[in-house]
Design a protein around this ligand. Structure first.
Ligand code: ZN
Length: 258
């Protein structure tokens, strides 16, 4: 398989997920990789779990998925996030909770690709959102391309491939990295001599001021990473968020992509 769709951070947003899957269906991919956080924040956790399990060939566990099945993992969450995790836990049945508990924390869906939800190195903060964090994160990347989510912002970091004589990889300094902010449908070329961290953005709660659902196509034959943005019925999800009693802020932020 050499052409994958990459989705992440769905967060119980069924309408965004359905819109993304409909679009992916027209993009001729051999597999769909989900980088985690299927649930948390949004009002449709069980239906999102069902769709992801049905359609995705590789599914990673995110920190919200983990917090739903293990209360100790929500320690760093803010108020609305904690409230949403508790609500999600209360509405999921044993089969869905079991499905979340079975998800892997890392995966290698292709010989040159590793997947993780947040960061391949354990750090105090695990948001890979700038060159300083990406340089540290590259120490844990064991393939040419690392796919990760968690920040809800689409981003590509490119690093030189520096190896010692014995083949071991040398750490990267932040100034050696090139960052790309991928625009909608503009393919970014990946150089096979370099290493990459690629983030597809968030399906269900984008935070880059563009409220459209975000996902990506990783084409290993063409060597490109292309982010796509998809409109969906935001008002319907906002209404459902309020109807189940989740914090208002979780509905409001969807409209502004924050
Ligand atoms: Zn998330």
């Amino acid at each position: 398989m050499d052409r994958f769709a990459v989705i992440s951070d769905i967060h119980g947003n069924l309408h965004a997920l359905e819109a993304v899957f409909a679009r992916i269906g027209k993009l001729d991919v051999q597999g769909i990789i989900c980088l985690g956080d299927i649930v948390g924040y949004g009002p449709f956790p069980s239906r999102c779990i069902d769709l992801v399990i049905k359609h995705c060939t590789s599914v990673i566990q995110g920190n919200h998925d983990e917090a739903v099945i293990n209360e100790q993992c929500e320690a760093g969450f803010n108020g609305p996030a904690k409230e949403a995790v508790a609500w999600t836990r209360s509405v999921l049945g044993p089969l869905h909770l079991d499905a979340l508990s079975r998800l892997k924390t890392t995966d290698h869906p292709h010989a040159s690709v590793m997947c993780i939800h947040a960061c391949p190195v354990e750090m105090i903060t695990d948001y890979v959102h700038d060159a300083r964090m990406a340089a540290l994160a590259f120490d844990g990347v064991d393939r040419s391309i690392c796919l990760l989510g968690h920040t809800h912002v689409p981003m590509i970091f490119e690093a030189p491939r520096k190896t010692l004589e014995d083949g071991s990889i040398v750490s990267i300094e932040p100034h050696e990295l090139i960052s790309y902010v991928p625009r909608n449908e503009a393919s970014v070329s990946l150089d096979s001599q370099k290493r990459y961290i690629c983030n597809p953005g968030s399906v269900g709660q984008p935070r880059d001021a563009d409220p459209r659902a975000s996902f990506a196509i990783l084409d290993l034959a063409a060597n490109t990473f292309t982010v796509h943005r998809e409109e969906y019925d935001i008002a319907a999800v906002q209404l459902a968020t309020q109807n189940v009693g989740l914090p208002t802020i979780l509905a409001e932020r969807l409209a502004v992509g924050a």
